[in-house]
Write a protein that binds this ligand. Structure first.
Ligand SMILES: NC(=O)c1ccc[n+]([C@@H]2O[C@H](COP(=O)([O-])OP(=O)(O)OC[C@H]3O[C@@H](n4cnc5c(N)ncnc54)[C@H](OP(=O)(O)O)[C@@H]3O)[C@@H](O)[C@H]2O)c1
Length: 254
């Protein structure tokens, strides 16, 4: 990762970013933003192979190298092996990791099962943990940056996505623990999202209704998220920070 003109700014050109869930939706927007800034991109996907190829074709317009990597992140061994596979594919390790892949499963404290609990903790917390561990091992003392994508509702939890929101709360704590553990060479930050896109399976009207309660009264879309991730990768004096991208949603009652 090259330093830019000032010590507080990292030049993205020539870096290699691994973006999990990078084929579609939020992950795709992050991949395109980092690619537009000159980073080569490893697009991780689970099932969306065609969308991964399409994102890679769009990245080619920026003249950067982009390749797909498939892995089921509900398997922690697969998650842990991903940074090695990226290094093999590109001939060098990634120095930026964005943990965006997640599910949005429904359960409550009353009806959670060991399986619904394990599944949410594995995908939304365990995979980022073991991806980060493997990413850091490969980098050694070289500089790097990790950005975790979390949920602003960890502070004002949903009743209906219990296991998910507890996993994301764990991701908030992991962001800070990893920032301490991996300093000074690797910075670890997060962005906490509010109403950015309709949840999978819901339409624009659903998101617009949620957004009407927000101080900024609109759905965020993916651009503000992508810009925040880029800031957290580029700014060299920020670590352990969780930036809310939520239109002020944290200021109102759940
Ligand atoms: N959208 C929002 O408004 C919002 C709000 C709050 C927080 N967030 C957080 O922001 C991040 C991105 O949001 P999003 O809406 O883009 O997420 P999403 O559409 O729910 O999921 C992102 C990607 O995760 C991947 N994924 C899911 N299960 C996987 C598995 N077992 N193995 C490998 N990959 C798997 C999928 O990749 P494939 O399609 O390739 O299978 C999917 O495209 C997530 O962490 C989410 O929790 C989003």
């Amino acid at each position: 990762m090259r330093r830019g003109p000032s010590l507080e700014f990292v030049e993205l050109k020539g870096t290699l970013a691994l973006v999990t869930g990078g084929a579609r939706r939020v992950g795709r927007a992050i991949a395109l933003e980092l690619g537009a800034a000159g980073a080569d991109i490893a697009i991780h996907y689970g099932r969306s192979q065609a969308e991964a190829e399409s994102t890679i074709a769009d990245l080619a317009d920026h003249g950067v190298e982009a390749r797909p990597v498939q892995a089921d992140l509900s398997n922690l061994e697969s998650a842990a092996s991903l940074p090695d596979r990226v290094a093999d594919a590109f001939g060098r390790p990634a120095n930026v990791l964005v943990n965006s892949a997640s599910g949005f499963p429904t359960d409550s404290l009353a009806d959670a099962t060991p399986e619904s609990w394990r599944s949410a903790q594995t995908l939304s917390l365990g995979a980022p943990v073991f991806l980060t561990q493997a990413f850091a091992r490969l980098l050694g003392d070289d500089p790097g940056a990790v950005v975790n994508i979390t949920d602003v509702r960890t502070a004002t939890p949903y009743k209906t996505h219990f296991s998910y929101i507890v996993a994301k709360g764990g991701l908030d704590a992991f962001t800070k623990a990893a920032a301490v553990a991996l300093a000074p060479s690797i910075r670890v930050n997060a962005v906490a999202l509010g109403v950015i896109l309709p949840p999978p399976g819901e339409d624009e009207a659903f998101a617009a209704k949620l957004a009407s309660r927000l101080p900024l009264q609109r759905v965020g879309g993916t651009d503000p998220v992508a810009r925040a991730v880029r800031f957290l990768v580029e700014d060299d004096f920020v670590t352990g920070e969780i930036v809310r991208i939520d239109g002020g949603g944290h200021l109102i009652p759940a």
